[in-house]
Structures are given as structure tokens and as C-alpha cells.
Design a binder for this molecule. Structure first.
Ligand code: HEC
Length: 173
């Protein structure tokens, strides 16, 4: 619950920063177009500047959120629901392979080592294991990460979906 709140706060911060950016831009354009010797308007627009300063503060928050943090703060229940997109091909029972290999204990498992599954050369040709970064990249774009892979799945474009499902997969071991 704490994790969800933190994540929500970060999201809120991002939305807020964007809104402030839009407001600042709008105010700046207004000031530019007015341009006349109307003192009253000038003062009203001057109020916009302190808000614009808040924009750079929001920018700092964005940089602090790396993917490992998203996984650490992920919503495991939502991750299980994201798995509905994988179920038609993957089981999470140990040793039960379908169209795709079993994803039981896949986090930190070697790439293409599941017994009894015929992996394509696109995966057997990769070194290493399915750590968070590798899973993140593969699930965002399976064909981008492993060109020619037999996994016909377009990928999960949302950072939150990938963070949530990886956090859920990590609970299976
Ligand atoms: C249409 C079927 C299909 C769907 C949908 C699918 N996969 Fe796959 N997946 C495969 C196949 C087939 C492979 C083996 C690919 C190869 O050998 O190139 C694979 C391989 C993988 C691997 C590598 C496993 C290993 O042992 O190296 C992971 C991780 C994976 N899939 C995760 C997912 C996740 C998570 C989803 C859902 C978001 C998903 N897949 C959706 C068919 C699918």
C-alpha cells in the first residue's frame, strides 16, 4: 500500500510538472502577445514567473525514477493481471511449456535454458540471464531486443505494466 502511494505521488508529480509547464507556456505567450503599455496586465502576468521556476524542480524528480525503483515499488496484484496477456502462450507452473516456455522463476534465470523447450536462435544467441534490465528491454519490444524471436507479441509499451509484471514474476520461485 505504501508502495502504491509512493508511485501515485511520483505520477502526480509528473502530471503536475506537465500542467505547470503548460500553464507557464500559456502565460508566457499571453505576455508576449499583449506587449502593450497596459500596466495592469503586465503585473498579472508577472505572477507566472514563480510558477515557471517550479517546472525545473519537477524535472529533477523525473530523473530520480529509474526502472529498478519502479519494480521495487510495483503493484504485484496488477502485475498478475498484466500476465493475462501472456497466458495464452506461457504457464507459470514449473516445467510446463506451451507455445512459450514456462515462466516459473524466470527472473534471473539464464536466457533460453528452460529444459524441453525449443528456443529460437534469436534467444539461444543471447548471453546472460533475465535480470530486471533484460526483461524490461525484452518485454518492451521482444522483436527489438531479440530480432527474429519466435515470441509473437508486440510488447508492453507502458513502464508501469512492465514494472508490475516483473515484480509479480519475481514472486514465483
Ligand atoms: C503468442 C505467444 C506468446 C505471448 C503472447 C507471449 N510470449 Fe513470451 N515467449 C513466446 C515464445 C514462443 C518464446 C520463445 C521465443 C524464442 O525462442 O525466440 C517466448 C519467450 C519468452 C521469454 C524468454 C524465456 C526464456 O526462458 O528465455 C520470456 C521472459 C517471455 N517470453 C515473457 C513473456 C511475457 C511476460 C509475456 C506477456 C507480457 C509474453 N512472454 C507473451 C511466446 C509468447
Amino acid at each position: 500500500m505504501f508502495d502504491t502511494m509512493t508511485f501515485t505521488k511520483i505520477l502526480g508529480g509528473l502530471c503536475g510538472a506537465f500542467l505547470i509547464f503548460l500553464l507557464g507556456k500559456w502565460a508566457a505567450e499571453g505576455l508576449y502577445h499583449t506587449g502593450g503599455p497596459d500596466g495592469g496586465h503586465g503585473e498579472a502576468h508577472a505572477d507566472a514567473y514563480p510558477i515557471e521556476a517550479g517546472d525545473s524542480h519537477g524535472g529533477e524528480e523525473v530523473e530520480e525514477v529509474d526502472f529498478a525503483t519502479l519494480v521495487a515499488e510495483a503493484d504485484i496484484g496488477k502485475g498478475e493481471r498484466v500476465f493475462n496477456k501472456c497466458r495464452s502462450c506461457h504457464s507459470v507452473e514449473p516445467g510446463v511449456n506451451g507455445t512459450g516456455p514456462s515462466l516459473f522463476a524466470v527472473v534471473d534465470r539464464g536466457i533460453a535454458v528452460e529444459e524441453g523447450f525449443g528456443f529460437s536462435g534469436a534467444l539461444t544467441g543471447l548471453e546472460g540471464s533475465w535480470d530486471i534490465d533484460a526483461l524490461n528491454a525484452f518485454l518492451e519490444s521482444p522483436k527489438g531486443y531479440a530480432p527474429g524471436t519466435a515470441m509473437s507479441f508486440n510488447g508492453l509499451p507502458k513502464d508501469a505494466d512492465r514494472a508490475n509484471i516483473i515484480a509479480w514474476l519475481a514472486t514465483l520461485n
